[in-house]
Design a protein around this ligand. Structure first.
Ligand code: TYM
Length: 334
């Protein structure tokens, strides 16, 4: 690995099928960054335990996610692709960082408050300290760039706070990480009904998955929420319409986007035509990823090799950081 290149880390939970929010918010950047930087990408199975999933499904979920990541263009020879629980050093760093994380700030985290609202019977300490574990994921490789979607911004800010407190107390060990998206604002992909972000727990009909068959993609897009169109030229777009244009901008040709923008501004937009175009462009985009994912998953020997090699490389990097951390804290008695 080239030591001079900047270090990148990001993670994804094995809690369901990869959807377009994951892809355009994060994975697309992961793929683009792998040649340019020293990249570590992690399937965060420990994080998924905070919401008490049925762990009998975990192996299948982890394997599927790994194949979807490779199917999306991650190359295990270009980046370090590994599973969080294969790297116990992360748990030790999590322990040290927990002493620097205060209950008041953890209580105020948006994702924590959401989870408490959704599931008031499972407010466990792992959920409260979720951002601390995420910080350990990042800091264990002393990463700087963290390619994530908009919803993770607050967690990365907290990581900076914990890193700063550690450096202040024990000495400069960690560089300051930041949320990264190639020179642009962080991305938020809306669900197809425009109500909130696309997410793994959303209604499946409003979420586009990389595993969706062509007909499912067409069906979901054709029933996305629209209205009868603007009546005043150059009106602002409601959220559910803006969401469709965001997808169009990502998968369609610029000339196509320009045409539908002009139609909208002139109040001549026909949403049926827009959706048909978007559906075909989306099918063209997703189909090769789905096909590659399926063929990778069938190769069990390769999948196993990827996991073993990823774990070994990630542990080498993690051990080096942990040694610095232990020395800085002063955990050496003989
Ligand atoms: P997770 O598994 O929910 O999502 C993985 C990535 O997908 C992005 N994302 C979105 N981006 C735009 N629009 C959406 N609708 C959308 N939905 C999801 C997320 O921003 C994320 O980048 N806590 C993290 C996992 C994690 C992590 C880390 C990330 C654990 N340790 C260390 C970065 C660094 C999470 O739950 O992501």
């Amino acid at each position: 690995m080239n030591q001079k290149k900047e270090i990148v880390l990001s993670g994804i939970r094995p809690t369901g099928f990869v959807h377009l929010g994951n892809y355009f918010g994060a994975i697309r950047n992961w793929v683009n960054m792998q040649r340019e930087f020293n990249c570590f990408y992690c399937i965060v199975d420990w994080h998924s335990l905070t919401t008490h999933p049925d762990t009998r499904e975990l192996p299948a979920n982890v394997i599927r996610l790994l194949s979807e990541l490779i199917g999306s263009g991650l190359d295990p020879d270009q980046c370090v692709l590994y599973i969080q629980s294969d790297v116990p050093e992360i748990a030790e760093l999590y322990l040290y960082l927990n002493m620097l994380a205060y209950k008041g700030e953890l209580d105020k985290t948006t994702t924590f408050k959401d989870k408490v609202r959704q599931n008031p019977d499972n407010v466990n300490a792992g959920l409260l300290t979720y951002p601390v574990l995420q910080s350990a994921d990042i800091l264990i490789h002393r990463a700087v760039k963290v390619p994530v979607g908009k919803d993770q911004e607050q967690h990365i800010e907290m990581t900076r706070n914990f890193a700063e407190r550690f450096n202040h107390r024990y000495g400069e060990i960690f560089p300051m990480p930041y949320a990264f998206n190639y020179g642009e604002d962080l991305i938020k992909i809306m669900s197809l009904d425009g109500k909130g972000k696309m997410s793994k727990s959303e209604n499946q009909m409003n979420t586009l998955y990389l595993a969706d068959e062509d007909d499912a993609i067409r069906k979901k897009i054709m029933r996305a929420t629209t209205d009868s169109g603007p009546v005043v030229p150059h009106s602002p777009k409601p959220d559910y319409i803006e969401g469709l244009y965001t997808l169009l901008r990502i998968v369609s040709e610029p000339a196509v986007v320009d045409k539908f923008e002009a139609d909208y501004n002139a109040c001549t937009i026909r949403y049926g035509d827009l959706k048909k175009q978007l559906a075909e462009d989306m099918v063209r985009f997703i189909t090769p990823i789905r096909q590659k994912t399926e063929s990778i998953r069938a190769d069990e020997k390769y999948m196993r090799m990827v996991m073993e090699q990823g774990a070994a490389k990630a542990r080498t990097s993690a051990k080096a950081t942990l040694q610095l951390v232990r020395d800085a804290i002063g955990l050496k008695y003989y």
